[in-house]
Design a binder for this molecule. Structure first.
Ligand SMILES: [Zn+2]
Length: 129
């Protein structure tokens, strides 16, 4: 994805927060980002879903921060029903908001849409909207 100030800031601040939440344990940060019951934060990051990536990484923290994140996810009936790709990213992919995705992210999104029926359905819905 082509970096913008906002995306770069969200990426760096999310990484810094995770690093702080992990008490400076870099290997632990990597584990949090790569851990997943279904879809890891690192994969979301590769798709340009920055905020979802860090939220997913928080699910894999020990202590109160991780517990809060897991509770919020467990009590939200829509949390697991949401596609990996949000509307903003789908619209970027469909070229509607003028924001250009980089070739690498575009390729990853296209590959993801081939493999993930939930995101493919969401994309089709956005295309028809
Ligand atoms: Zn998906």
């Amino acid at each position: 994805m082509l970096p913008t100030v906002g995306r770069s800031r969200r990426t760096v601040s999310g990484a810094a927060l995770l690093f702080r939440n992990r008490g400076g344990d870099l290997a632990g940060c990597r584990r949090s980002l790569e851990s997943a019951s279904t879809f890891a934060g690192i994969e979301l990051l590769k798709l340009g879903e920055i905020d979802k990536a860090w939220a997913t990484a928080r699910l894999h923290l020990d202590g109160p921060i991780g517990e809060r994140a897991r509770l919020a996810r467990e009590t939200n009936p829509f949390a697991t029903a949401r596609p990996h790709l949000g509307n903003k990213q789908l619209d970027r992919c469909l070229g509607r908001d003028g924001d250009k995705l980089g070739r690498e992210v575009c390729t990853r999104i296209a590959r993801h849409l081939e493999l993930c029926g939930q995101c493919r359905e969401a994309c089709e819905a956005r295309r028809l909207a």
